[in-house]
Design a protein around this ligand. Structure first.
Ligand code: APR
Length: 248
């Protein structure tokens, strides 16, 4: 595919490559995406299940969905796409991964610099006393899980209606402005402010390389190179080619 060659040439010739990832990168690990025919939001209405006001109103109902998701996520393993980004970092060609995912699969694949734009499911906080728990220390069969003080635990993921963690927000936009290349993988680019990261990078002169099964709103507007296909197949090919180019 000539797009893979083009993407690899751009990455190999760049100093600051930043990756922005979304749910699509974890689909091949068995975690469903949110949008699209197989997406979680076809089964659950996001306004009813993913808005912070819904959680506050009826944590038990939202926790039933969360428990189902946790069961999938906690047994999922990184796939070749996560490992490819780790390898790109080892090659000095991925300064940071900004992820909208809360599954920690980039970290488990070995990526060292990961910014979790929508928080993490690895820790939970008591809504009453603020005590923090690791997910491994919480019994997810008790719905809703509670703190020793009796308060309901909420995963540290960003619900609709909640702010992006300030450090992640600031650092992501700083990186977008510094980037020579933004590698956008497996995101529908519909949820803001994450979806403005590619716009910010492009406005600051970065090339946009997109890897997705399907075109997105970015594809025919700001994307320079669109590599259509599964992230777990396309990314390892790009990285293998980058490695080859760096040797020559
Ligand atoms: N390889 C590459 N791309 C894929 C693959 C795959 N194997 N499978 C699916 N995709 C693409 C889809 O075509 C789609 O464009 O991944 C994208 C997934 O889009 P969304 O489900 O909308 O996920 P994301 O963009 O991460 O959603 C953003 O919305 O509700 C929220 O907070 C949640 O962080 C999430 C945010």
């Amino acid at each position: 595919m000539k797009e893979i060659e083009r993407a690899a040439e751009i990455i190999a010739g760049s100093k600051c490559v930043i990756a922005l990832t979304g749910a699509g990168i974890s689909v091949e690990s068995g975690i469903p995406a949110f949008r699209g025919s197989q997406g979680l939001w076809t089964k659950y209405d996001p306004m009813e299940y993913a808005h912070i006001s819904s959680f506050m109103r009826d944590p038990e109902k939202v926790w039933r969905m969360l428990a189902e998701l946790y069961e999938i996520v906690l047994s999922a393993k990184p796939n070749p796409a996560h490992y490819a980004l780790k390898e790109l970092e080892d090659l000095g060609k991925c300064t940071a991964v900004i992820t909208q995912n809360v599954d920690a699969l980039h970290q488990r694949a070995g990526s060292r610099k990961v910014i979790e734009f929508h928080g993490t499911g690895e820790t939970l906080t008591c809504l009453d006393c603020g005590r923090s728990y690791k997910v491994d220390d919480v019994d997810l069969k008790k719905i809703p899980p509670r703190c020793t003080c009796g308060g309901v635990l909420k995963p540290d993921i960003v619900f609709f209606g909640e702010p992006i963690p300030p450090d992640a927000l600031r650092e992501s936009f700083e990186l977008a402005r510094r980037a020579d290349v933004l590698l956008v993988v497996g995101t529908s680019a519909q949820v803001y402010p994450a979806a403005s990261i590619p716009e910010e990078a492009k406005a600051s002169g970065a090339k946009i390389i997109e890897v997705n099964l399907e075109p997105t709103p970015l594809t025919n507007t700001i994307t320079d190179v669109f590599c259509q296909g599964k992230a777990g197949e396309v990314l390892p090919k790009i990285v293998e080619r980058v490695r080859g180019l760096l040797k020559t």
